[in-house]
Design a protein around this ligand. Structure first.
Ligand SMILES: C[S@@+](CC[C@H](N)C(=O)[O-])C[C@H]1O[C@@H](n2cnc3c(N)ncnc32)[C@H](O)[C@@H]1O
Length: 218
């Protein structure tokens, strides 16, 4: 079991290390083959440290909420969120075309009409409506112009909307190379510059920080 967990963690590390490049070529190279990544991202062994149910419960979106899962990958969080907001909608946004296609097919396969797959751009989530909640898991460190990205994202938030950022801590045994990890203090400072107020920190994830922000009042 320990060996199995190690293999999954190592694959997650490889995935997270692979994705930072923002050029179309490398994104295509790294995340082509969504079926392969689904085995990594959706491996049930991940649940032990990713705690998806606890994460979603901590955020507790109302059943009719509009939620954006930015960098949704194969839908590990997006599909779970779609069950949690049966009267609402989940936009799963990804920049990798294979992930976008995979998520659309997954929504059909799993009978989730309220899960909508969206092709995002590296600098724009491309959301079709204003949302109540944004979740970003293991994606923050992949965005190059974060200040610009989050400034633009404010235009897609309903009043009182929350933005939750989860990413690997410096001391986590898995995750991207240490040089690519971003400290929670830096996330707070970058989002403050982009016009967000820090609202809450959850500390129950063993490998990742979990920060919640709201758009700052003008
Ligand atoms: C490490 S995976 C995490 C997937 C998912 N959040 C999860 O927890 O299983 C990172 C994902 O973010 C996507 N991505 C990278 N930069 C992005 C951006 N600027 N906007 C949206 N998605 C992005 C990648 O294509 C990849 O699918």
């Amino acid at each position: 079991m320990k060996l199995f967990r190690f293999i999954v963690a190592a694959a997650m590390s490889a995935a997270c290390a692979a994705a930072p490049a923002q050029t179309p070529h490398t994104r295509e190279h790294n995340f082509a083959g969504a079926e392969h990544w689904a085995k990594v991202f959706d491996d049930p062994a991940r649940d032990a440290w990713q705690k998806p149910h606890e994460v979603i419960t901590a955020l507790s979106p109302a059943p009719d909420s509009l939620v954006a899962d930015i960098g949704s990958g194969t839908g590990y969080f997006a599909a779970r969120l779609a069950h949690f907001v049966p009267k609402g909608r989940v936009y799963g946004v990804d920049t990798e075309p294979e992930m976008v296609k995979y998520l659309a097919e997954r929504a059909k396969r799993e009978g989730l009409p309220n899960l909508v797959s969206i092709a995002g751009r590296p600098d724009d989530a491309n959301l079709p409506a204003k949302v109540d909640l944004v979740l970003m898991v293991d994606v923050y460190h992949h965005i190059s112009d974060r200040e610009g990205y989050f400034r633009k994202l404010r235009g897609s938030l309903k009043p009182g909307a929350r933005v939750a950022i989860i990413d690997f801590r410096a001391d986590a045994p898995n995750g991207p190379p240490k040089k690519d990890r971003i400290a929670p203090s830096q996330v707070k400072s970058e989002l403050a510059t982009a016009g967000y107020a820090f609202a809450k920190e959850h500390t129950f994830l063993p490998n990742q920080f979990f920060l919640v922000f709201e758009a700052a009042k003008p």
